[in-house]
Write a protein that binds this ligand. Sequence first.
Ligand SMILES: O=P(O)(O)OC[C@H]1O[C@H](O)[C@H](O)[C@@H](O)[C@@H]1O
Length: 613
Amino acid sequence: MASLSGLYSSSPSLKPAKNHSFKALPAQSRDSFSFPHTSKPTNLPLTLSSARSVARDISHADSKKELLKDPDALWKRYLDWFYQQKELGLYLDISRVGFTDEFVAEMEPRFQAAFKAMEDLEKGSIANPDEGRMVGHYWLRNSKLAPKPTLKTLIENTLDSICAFSDDIISGKIKPPSSPEGRFTQILSVGIGGSALGPQFVAEALAPDNPPLKIRFIDNTDPAGIDHQIAQLGPELASTLVVVISKSGGTPETRNGLLEVQKAFREAGLNFAKQGVAITQENSLLDNTARIEGWLARFPMYDWVGGRTSIMSAVGLLPAALQGINVREMLTGAALMDEATRTTSIKNNPAALLAMCWYWASNGVGSKDMVVLPYKDSLLLFSRYLQQLVMESLGKEFDLDGNTVNQGLTVYGNKGSTDQHAYIQQLRDGVHNFFATFIEVLRDRPPGHDWELEPGVTCGDYLFGMLQGTRSALYANGRESISVTIQEVTPTSVGAIIALYERAVGLYASIVNINAYHQPGVEAGKKAAAEVLALQKRVLSVLNEATCKDPVEPLTLEEIADRCHAPEEIEMIYKIIAHMSANDRVLIAEGNCGSPRSIKVYLGECNVDDLYA
Ligand SMILES: O=P(O)(O)OC[C@H]1O[C@H](O)[C@H](O)[C@@H](O)[C@@H]1O
């Protein structure tokens, strides 16, 4: 790799060494695999293990893929497939994905069917058949699309109330009952999954340096994490607006976060209801709680908006508006992209182009991961956001015909050029199990703020060079990539890229024949967690009974399992004991948690009224 000298020079006057362009290494034809440049002699015959690694690296489908190397041919391909949405200033370059014309032709019928399904979806079809629901996130940014006038009105009124409420909070017209600042200064968002990832991505991408209210998140049931957020608020808890977000209104982690925060309010002598806001479905447990307790405000969520596509509902819009972000511009950007991705011409539909590239690169079965690399700090959370949007939508066991397909598309990444100093080594030279997506932002700094750290070279030029260099280096070694370019990070462009990927996921789901809009696998995890907690209560009940004896009767794991009538659960019982012992909730009479065979435990004290029955 060429050195970027001058990067570390203390005196900016040092001229960087001539910036070597990344010389395209001779393409290693897939068939004549040879060892990469290592210190070891490279003329050794392929050993069995190295042959296996070669095989692992080149699935049959891939071996047919030859990437263009000739610069003229590449430039022609770049121009042939270059897409731009002019009004948004958004470009899409798929020239570094090696799909063939035959492939495009083969996919045409599937895409036409996908376009029809998407058209029906927007008209209000039951596009989520497993849950018998409509899929309406596109209506949120164009209420005229809503299939019923009542929905149109609901969408419009909700947006207006979000903006009005946020204005009143920011202006201080609505203020906390007892805060030294005399106005709300903080937002504490309590929510998880789609009720956190969207707000977190938007905050990181678009919050101004000094927002009217600063946001922080409780997005897990980790007591230490909750304590940390509350401790950081300190006395500002009195000027904190707590926004509790849960579409279902019953997610355990969110409920726990709420209860913990309400405890903190009580201990601080504050009235939570005067600072609490709920975003949830009407008549959910959370909605009823907020209504009965008289919280400051409630905003609706709808069953026809999934958690992972809720960013343009109150879930994403209220936290954003409270930070002074122009949510109407976000909606406009999304609506413009929605219009662009309605065309039934693959070549003119950026979402179809993405879906087509994903299918080509991962053989339509997720055989390669999607590495998302925004070269912009503020877009750091885009890949985390896409992990839910893509993987919760596409990671499905069955297709729409009930066949077992175990579909999916794995997403990871953080930001460039930072990630070049972490795992890009493997991407460039290691196992070939990915394709990259670069998110390029052309504007480095607001106009008039740029500065040359070397003659003719700015920081942003380095970032640009690192992106282009990495793209070239990966491609030179046969690694495919997509590039999405936006002019700058604004509410409009963020709305647009969100809409782009929402549509691409929907189209891709259609062409692989799965339901993108339910999440049965999540329920399995939730159910299993509930069973662990039920077992824990039985363990505590058994220990309580033994502790109430005189003298106390410490029990072995076998005795506990036997008295719980769950001998098959002895390992989980051991884990429960170890966790509770570490938190001083179970005492050890003999042995220690590292020796499950000989440990004997009891409770710290007898609860005559068995609290755990
Ligand atoms: O918003 P909630 O109902 O609390 O759900 C929060 C999250 O829960 C589950 O994990 C779902 O799979 C997600 O799609 C959802 O975003």
